[in-house]
Ligand binder design. Sequence first.
Ligand SMILES: *[C@@H]1O[C@H](CO)[C@@H](O)[C@H](O)[C@H]1NC(C)=O
Ligand SMILES: *[C@@H]1O[C@H](CO)[C@@H](O)[C@H](O)[C@H]1NC(C)=O
Ligand SMILES: *[C@@H]1O[C@H](CO)[C@@H](O)[C@H](O)[C@H]1NC(C)=O
Ligand SMILES: *[C@@H]1O[C@H](CO)[C@@H](O)[C@H](O)[C@H]1NC(C)=O
Ligand SMILES: *[C@@H]1O[C@H](CO)[C@@H](O)[C@H](O)[C@H]1NC(C)=O
Ligand SMILES: *[C@@H]1O[C@H](CO)[C@@H](O)[C@H](O)[C@H]1NC(C)=O
Length: 533
Amino acid sequence: MKFSLTVVSALFALKSTLAVNQLTIKGSKFFDSVTGQQFYFKGIDYQPEKGAPEGDLDPLADSTGCTRDAAVFKDLGVNSIRVYQTDYSRNHDACMKTFNDAGIYVLIDIPTPKYSIDRSNPSWNTELLNMYKLKVDAFINYQNLAGFIIGNEVANDVPTTASAAFVKAALRDIKTYIRSKKKNIPVGYVDNDDLDIRLSLIAYFNCGSDPMAQADFYGVNTYRWCGANATFKSSGYDQMAEPFKNYSVPSIVTEYGCNVVQPRSLGEMGSIYGPDLQDIMSGGFLYQYSQEDNNYGIVDVSYGKSAVTKLDDYAVFKKNMAAANPKGTTMNSYNPSLKTSSCPSVSSTWMSSSTLPPPPSESVCSCMVKSLSCVVGSSYSTDDTGMVNALSNSASTICGLTSCADVTADSKNGTYGPYSYCSSTQRLQWIINKNYLNQNKNSSACKITGAPLNVVSPSQSNINSCPNSSSSSVTDAPTAPSGTKPGGSSNSGGSSSSDGSSSQSGTTGSAQSLILNHTAAFILVLLCSFSLF
Ligand SMILES: *[C@@H]1O[C@H](CO)[C@@H](O)[C@H](O)[C@H]1NC(C)=O
Ligand SMILES: *[C@@H]1O[C@H](CO)[C@@H](O)[C@H](O)[C@H]1NC(C)=O
Ligand SMILES: *[C@@H]1O[C@H](CO)[C@@H](O)[C@H](O)[C@H]1NC(C)=O
Ligand SMILES: *[C@@H]1O[C@H](CO)[C@@H](O)[C@H](O)[C@H]1NC(C)=O
Ligand SMILES: *[C@@H]1O[C@H](CO)[C@@H](O)[C@H](O)[C@H]1NC(C)=O
Ligand SMILES: *[C@@H]1O[C@H](CO)[C@@H](O)[C@H](O)[C@H]1NC(C)=O
């Protein structure tokens, strides 16, 4: 009696929890690290926004929502979700356990709209490194964490390709940070399937002599397949997949589900999980779970509420998922010999050098500031746009007259000043101080209308004895920012463009908005060179 009760409860326990095994990558495929079976993402993009509290979106902090949706995922046959926006400072234990128990892997985007590399004014700096580490720390210990995404559609056309070097530097440093914690969580990059730049991007994130600077997987957000009559060929899915045929790491369709024709028939699922792509890619994620303004949802849900309303596309997705039965291989019988890519050369259509920005180091930056003789006063605030603009305008003018290469990053040329990764306030002070020294410490060169500046005697006598950038800055523990809560309420973020892609490459806040290009400097020189000194 006692025995059979135990058996019954053991069976019940097995049935009610499907805790997942860690995933591992071999060649261009994912595997279950315990069973050795190939793993395909039967995924859905997950970012419910309705009714969410003020601040950063974070569906993984809504335990009611996660319990509600874990049951829906089971009904759909989904085994993974991708979550774009989360708040490192909230607790995710309940949601991650709920999903783990339901057999759901989670792919986490590291950036948020406020803390991300800005495609049109890119920088990989101390602040972003710190924020990205905090995000890693918030999720790294969950067993069902499938991987991290270092950037989503950052370079999305030819003019923004200069941002790729900064994203690749971020990838290198975050991989280094994760490996320093003895974790093998993969870190990947995701593009927007832009025909002009995709081949370069796919090669770029897979090239170079430093394996830490290569993506562990590559994602494509693609909306090529539209309408019931589209086929693998007519949609261009065959071309979409072509560069991944001999790619050395796994590729995933991180967003699919064109909604131009409604209701959707989602015929691409037959290709993603069938003979067309099962040997090339590792599954995909439907965009998206919840119905939002952009009209891609399959359910209607609201933060903290248990109700779920199924929409038109729910049944189609469920039926196609039930038919998805990709024929994979096993880790033991798969022994690939795949080569990494050659780096694309810099050209008018590709503006990221294979020489990457250095790892940001806060100790280098604070030492640099300690060596300065003209610095901002304690009343200086990066939240005060008047002060920031006063300093930025002066700095732009100065940089039109003297070299600011030490605080400037040029990813097209592959040249990065030793302080180019410092905060904008630190870099601005370096520039103002340079002018102050050039003016032989004339006190009027340390005065700017609208910004507090002080002449001080530096506590660090020689800038050249400051430490150099090193990988220890990458493995150091992050510090939670003080003052206003990160993510604040100023940026609701996650705004979705018409193609359904959730843009993550918005602003990085006023702290990153320093413009130091020569056009701007030249114009400012013309406008205000007489009033400055
Ligand atoms: C799809 O094909 C069917 C049958 O051939 C045809 O009736 C229909 O008009 C086509 N739809 C579109 C959008 O081309
Ligand atoms: C992939 O590699 C195989 C074997 O080396 C080769 O035959 C094939 O042409 C390659 N395909 C592409 C698209 O490079
Ligand atoms: C470009 O890089 C070369 C060496 O890598 C350097 O000498 C040169 O100054 C750089 N040009 C600019 C405009 O920064
Ligand atoms: C940092 O690098 C510079 C130039 O490479 C060198 O002159 C300096 O001695 C280095 N500083 C330290 C502390 O290693
Ligand atoms: C430089 O700044 C000017 C003025 O802000 C802007 O119009 C231009 O696009 C910038 N150029 C580059 C290459 O960033
Ligand atoms: C300091 O700069 C001001 C403003 O440019 C100028 O009038 C003054 O002569 C300078 N003083 C010295 C000692 O160079």
